[in-house]
Write a protein that binds this ligand. Structure first.
Ligand code: ADE
Length: 235
């Protein structure tokens, strides 16, 4: 996948995308990352990209002509691309949405800053608006990293253990079951002893599978009953 980011803060990239599994995927060319500085398409020598909102109000709005020029500088190589504008007023990101987005060959992501982006640019240049959650960040750069990380790890060959994709939270509308590792009997610094559930060390795979499913349902009931209402297998 080719990822192109339009941002006023290019130095915020690759950020988290340069580390761990996604950093390896970048190094191994499982995806490419191009960062375009919107200031290079600014309207004056200072590279201004924004102006006051018509109708008054606080903050500044990124101009549509600046976004159009930046977008026109990208030569898309396929027809299988998407254009995303990250904004708290977009459609909320979900695992299902990430699954769908991960199938594109090219992804252009516009990061908002200031008060927002001129609505004409979003509509005329056909950006889909996506939010990473019901809270407000100072800009779309961190949100872009969340979205890209979520997509790239779904690309075949990026994760060392593809089985984990089938078992992790939100597959089947369930949160993931709890995990345990050594020591089997952990004595904390207060002297209290905590044992790993017996079934996990029984070697009985069928029982372990059943226990994990029960725990996943119990955890989902407690923390995210809304997911259970959607039903198993129903995305
Ligand atoms: N920019 C600021 N807040 C955001 C959010 N919650 N999601 C996506 N982009 C954002």
């Amino acid at each position: 996948m080719r990822v192109v980011i339009l941002t006023c803060y290019p130095e915020m990239f690759p950020g988290s995308l340069g580390h761990s599994i996604i950093g390896n995927a970048l190094e191994n060319k499982k995806f490419s990352l191009e960062i375009i500085n919107l200031h290079n398409f600014g309207i004056d020598k200072r590279g201004s990209v924004d102006d006051e909102p018509f109708g008054g109000g606080p903050g500044m709005v990124i101009r549509p002509d600046v976004i159009e020029k930046a977008l026109n500088s990208i030569i898309l190589k396929t027809h299988n691309f998407c254009k995303i504008f990250l904004t708290p007023s977009g459609q909320q990101l979900s695992q299902t949405k990430l699954n769908n987005l991960s199938k594109y060959d090219e992804m252009v992501i516009l990061c908002g800053r200031f008060e927002g982006v001129d609505q004409r640019a979003i509509e005329i240049l056909s950006f889909q608006e996506i939010s990473i959650g019901d809270y407000v960040l100072s800009g779309g750069e961190i949100a872009a990293q969340v979205l890209v990380e979520g997509c790239i790890r779904l690309i075949p060959g990026v994760l060392g253990h593809p089985q984990s994709l089938l078992e992790e939270s939100f597959s089947n509308n369930l949160l993931e079951y709890p995990h345990y590792t050594r020591p089997k009997n952990w004595e904390d610094t207060q002297g209290n002893k905590h044992e790993v559930p017996n079934v996990l060390t029984s070697g009985h795979h069928e029982k372990i599978g059943r226990w994990r499913k029960d725990k996943a349902i119990e955890k989902t009931k407690n923390l995210r009953p809304d997911l259970l209402k959607k039903g198993l297998n129903d995305e």
